[in-house]
Design a protein around this ligand. Structure first.
Ligand code: PXP
Length: 251
């Protein structure tokens, strides 16, 4: 059954609207944990547009579940990760001009460079996950770097119009998850998942964790963060349990 990692970047986005101290992302992390999430994700971007270095150090001290530090593969970020020692580092591509992470990291052709970059993290028992598109060649490449985890980019699935196009994207995620699982990788997924499109992804066999941010933080403005997190956990649990039952019956 997939667990839920809550991405709290957009609490920091709201704080940056005034450049002050409110709302405090670490408070959001605690509430999300109280509501039952399994992990907290924060993306320290090169331009520090939402999360700041101070947030990451504070989260490391406060998070009682698992801290997932999302970051680009740069010397600066690797040094920060080695200092903070989060539970996991999810490595993403990063462009200053993008609104959010668009597309997965290209690992294929960069295996040696990326394996060298992540080596110190692995040596310090930090789990490394590559955020990649649901593409067999990227999965194979990621498995060659020594990383144990991948996160499949669900953006194309989330953006596809409901119906045939969305089902095709879902099938890509299903095939990619099965393939990665067979290679021994732990498979997470995320980006663009919301209260309507998450159930089908949660139902995928061998899906380990879903990382969800924008939809949960958006909903929390109206219903409160604990309720927003609980409702998402319920969607994931119901979908995963139902799919498990259907798989058992069809065997
Ligand atoms: N996973 C990764 C690697 C991401 O970059 C993001 C966006 O920061 C998310 C998950 C969460 O995406 P969303 O905010 O659309 O739920």
């Amino acid at each position: 059954m997939p667990t839920l990692g809550v991405n709290i970047d957009h609490i920091a986005t709201l704080r940056q609207a005034r450049g002050g101290v409110m709302p405090e992302p670490a408070h959001g992390a605690s509430l999300a944990e109280i509501a039952g999430c399994h992990g907290i994700t924060a993306h320290l971007r090169e331009d520090r547009r939402h999360m700041h270095d101070r947030d990451i150090y504070l989260l490391k001290q406060m998070v009682t579940t698992n801290l997932n530090l999302e970051m680009a593969v740069t010397e600066e970020m690797i040094a920060i990760a080695l200092d903070v020692r989060p539970y996991m580092c999810t490595l993403v591509p990063e462009k200053r001009e993008e609104r959010t992470t668009e597309g997965g990291l290209i690992v294929r052709g960069r295996e040696k460079e990326l394996a060298d970059a992540i080596k110190p993290l692995l040596e310090n028992n930090v789990i490394v996950s590559f955020f990649i598109d649901p593409d067999v060649n990227e999965i194979k490449a990621a498995s060659r770097t020594g990383a144990s985890h991948i996160e499949l980019h669900t953006g194309d699935y989330a953006n596809a119009p409901e119906g045939k196009a969305r089902q095709e994207e879902l099938e890509k995620l299903r095939t990619a998850t099965m393939y990665a699982h067979k290679l021994g990788l732990t498979v997470n997924a995320g980006h663009g998942l919301d209260y309507h499109n998450t159930a089908d992804v949660a139902a995928i066999e061998h899906m380990a964790e879903l990382n969800i941010g924008h939809s949960i933080i958006s909903r929390s403005i109206f219903v409160g963060l604990e309720r927003a997190v609980r409702e998402m956990i319920e969607i994931i649990d119901i979908a995963a349990n139902q799919a498990k039952l259907e798989r058992m019956i069809s065997k």
